[in-house]
Design a binder for this molecule. Structure first.
Ligand SMILES: C[S@@+](CC[C@H](N)C(=O)[O-])C[C@H]1O[C@@H](n2cnc3c(N)ncnc32)[C@H](O)[C@@H]1O
Length: 331
């Protein structure tokens, strides 16, 4: 029979593998200092975290690459699409091959759906027969507001009119820049017009968005390395008289879109609002505006610099069009 201490060490190792993946970086560091075994486990968790920002939830792993300093990864909770209520914790970097459940698969959006039955009744959708299938044009830039099948539709998740609901289907990586922080890069050639990713995060009320923006600005100003990722979308409704405001915060919960940096020249991604049949809230989706080369950074314009505020954050996009400051949303 195995000596008692060997059995106990194995049990401790198992416990470490179960518990440590739930810890954020600072707590993981504290745990690593507790004993040699925790230190070894924490080191392998860190390696696995830096190997895949998406925690196995996307088609391909999305590695972090940091030629600048020793930070191995950026910590946030991963959700493939936007959600209403964020999870407080999520394991990341564990040894078990257990697939992680995607918080957005619990379909929070059902609670803001216009109603079931408001989608198509097709069993197999096709562009000519399906009423949801509005893409308008072959060109993404001329798409208008595309509509995809959604909760209220008769078809399933394998329907051809759900191209932006399948997560990130191309190879990308997250690379650190000395001035802009982490940024999203292509890790393969990508053809112009291809879907890249949805801007996933927490949908917020405007009141909550304003509150968070204020505290994020204060944190960013206080010299801490802090990169907020809260965006405000305004959708002009068909009447032309009203505007729907949507706030998406990817600071704590989101997907790899939260790493897309700003470029004053408009960048190489086109941001398109896509609506699912039956859902009230539009989704912000990124498509390639041009052919993208392997290693190329993916960028878009955060908005116009319309008002010079007292407190501005410098822009380091490095393009000829650079205005020197980051656009800041008037909330
Ligand atoms: C949505 S996050 C992008 C990812 C971020 N770089 C990170 O490290 O997590 C937005 C933040 O990134 C930084 N950023 C994005 N574009 C930038 C640019 N062109 N110049 C300087 N900082 C930029 C700013 O701190 C901004 O608040």
């Amino acid at each position: 029979m195995e000596p008692k201490w060997i059995r106990e060490a194995a049990e401790l190792r198992e416990t470490a593998e179960l518990v440590l993946p739930w810890l954020p970086p600072a707590d993981l560091t504290v745990a690593a200092s507790a004993c040699k075994l925790f230190n070894t486990t924490a080191a392998s968790i860190t390696t696995r975290r830096s190997a895949d920002a998406a925690r196995g939830l996307e088609r391909y792993p999305i590695p972090f690459s940091n030629p600048i300093d020793s930070q191995p990864y950026s910590y946030f909770l991963y959700s493939r699409s936007s959600i209403l209520r964020s999870p407080s914790f999520q394991p990341w970097g564990g040894a078990s091959g257990e697939p992680l459940s995607d918080p957005s698969s619990f379909s929070d959006l059902v609670s803001v759906a216009i109603g079931f039955g408001s989608g198509c009744q097709c069993r197999v959708c096709d562009p000519d027969g399906c009423p949801c299938w509005i893409t308008g044009s072959e060109s993404v830039a001329e798409m208008g507001l595309p509509r995809e099948c959604g909760f209220g539709c008769g078809c399933g998740s394998d329907c051809g009119n759900r191209a932006t609901q399948l997560g990130v289907r191309i190879r990308v990586k997250v690379v650190k820049d000395p001035k802009k922080g982490w940024g999203l890069h292509a890790d393969q050639f990508v053809k112009k017009g291809s879907f890249i990713c949805e801007y996933a995060g927490e949908y917020l009320t405007t009141e909550e968005a304003r509150k968070r923006q204020k505290s994020y600005d204060e944190l960013a100003r206080s010299k801490m390395k802090f990169s907020p990722a809260l965006i405000v979308l305004r959708e002009h409704l068909p009447s032309g008289k009203a505007c729907l405001r949507v706030n998406i915060d990817a600071t704590k919960v989101g997907n790899v879109s939260r790493f897309v940096n700003h470029s004053c020249d408009g960048g190489n991604l086109i941001a398109v609002l896509v609506r699912n049949s039956g859902s009230m809230l539009p989704r912000l989706c990124f498509f390639a505006a041009i052919d993208l080369m392997q290693d190329q950074e993916l960028t878009f314009s955060y908005g116009d610099v319309t008002r010079v505020k007292v407190d501005v954050f410098p822009c380091f996009c490095g393009t000829d069009a650079c205005l020197g400051v980051l656009p800041s949303e008037e909330t």
